[in-house]
Design a protein around this ligand. Structure first.
Ligand code: TXA
Ligand code: MG
Length: 314
């Protein structure tokens, strides 16, 4: 394996300054980071992930002030939402001069985020530049929530993996943009839509995956390949068998082929377990899995969104 795995934020910062690719823990999922102002380093992210160049990256910074400095203008609603930082929220705003084209894929907007993981906050405070970081998985696959997940899929293509333990939230950040001036959830994620609405004091538009043709790069519907066919059900799944595992939300029926997102029906625990369980199912070699959808509220919206994408055929 090419990557060194360690827990030293100073080393991570040093390597980022040297133009290397560094996997960073965040509260949502692990990111594949590089100096956003170094075109060769950013090109390295796209190459390592096999990611098409038209899919833009999120800029990560240590504070709201540093993040918002990359926006040409900050609408009052964006200012209000920045109260979620550090945390699992990404804001898409008009880009300031100086944001490299490669990062935004030529769009006139830029995605900004202040992650909450303490180790990565130390790294971001140490470096002088924003860190561009997509999730640290090959394009089209499930996001990594442990350093081992990153090592398994990208260990040959990354220089350093900063091991910050398992991710606390487990699904990617919620992305909010302002198309036509209207606050709009572009991706459901770790900040519940209810929380966004509470901060803004109004209902927000929510783009549903697969509801329309992409209007712009960055709004593409991503398929998350889980490595086996998933069958979703609104009801309780049938008992798991050696051929077809069952994934529940609640008490698992006691056999070896039963998995649960949360035995107690806790949506936050379910989000934390989601990507790890999908990986376990593929590794265990099941031909398929039947998975129960979770209640469509709080983090449940992001969980169901990821399950639907992962269940897509093709
Ligand atoms: O939680 C997260 O957001 C993680 C951690 C590492 O921060 N990052 C992450 O990045 O999920 P990524 O690249 O896997 O997903 C970011 C999404 C992509 O679907 C991209 O198309 C979209 O954000 N995006 C980036 N810039 C955009 C823009 N200017 N307008 C619309 N969408 C944008
Ligand atoms: Mg991703």
């Amino acid at each position: 394996m090419r990557a060194t795995i360690g827990t030293d934020p100073e080393e991570a910062a040093r390597r980022l300054r040297a133009g290397e690719l560094v996997a960073l823990p965040t509260e949502t999922v692990y990111g594949l980071g590089a100096n956003a102002l170094d075109p060769a380093a950013v090109a390295g992210i796209f190459a390592a992930k096999n990611r098409p160049r038209f899919d833009p990256l999120i800029l990560h910074q240590s504070s709201a002030e540093r993040a918002l400095a990359w926006a040409r203008r900050v609408p009052a609603d964006a200012e209000r939402l920045a109260a979620c930082w550090p945390g699992p929220l990404t804001l898409v705003l008009e880009r300031a001069a100086g944001v490299p084209d490669l990062v935004t894929a030529g769009l006139n907007t830029v995605a900004l985020r202040v992650p909450a993981h303490p180790l990565t906050r130390t790294v971001l405070e140490a470096v002088e530049f924003p860190v561009a970081a997509p999730s640290a998985n090959p394009f089209g696959y499930v996001s990594p929530v442990t350093a081992a997940h990153v090592a398994a899929q990208l260990g040959e293509r990354v220089d350093y993996i900063l091991d910050g333990g398992p991710c606390r939230v487990g699904v990617e950040s919620t992305i909010v943009g302002f198309p036509g001036g209207r606050p709009t959830v572009l991706r459901k994620g770790g900040t519940p839509v209810e929380r966004i609405e509470e901060l803004l004091g109004t209902e927000v538009a929510v783009r549903t995956h697969g509801s329309s043709r992409p209007e712009a790069p960055g709004m593409l519907t991503h398929h998350y390949s889980p490595g086996l066919p998933l069958w979703l059900t609104e009801n309780a799944p049938e008992p798991g068998t050696a051929e077809r595992a069952a994934v529940r939300f609640g008490e698992p029926a006691g056999n070896a082929h039963e998995y649960t997102l949360s035995a107690t029906g806790d949506l936050e625990e379910a989000a934390r377990n989601l990507f790890g369980i999908l990986r376990q199912l593929a590794e265990a070699g099941y031909g398929a899995a039947q998975v129960a959808l979770v209640p469509e509220r709080g983090l449940g919206r992001a969980i169901n969104d990821r399950l639907r994408r992962a269940a897509e055929r093709g």
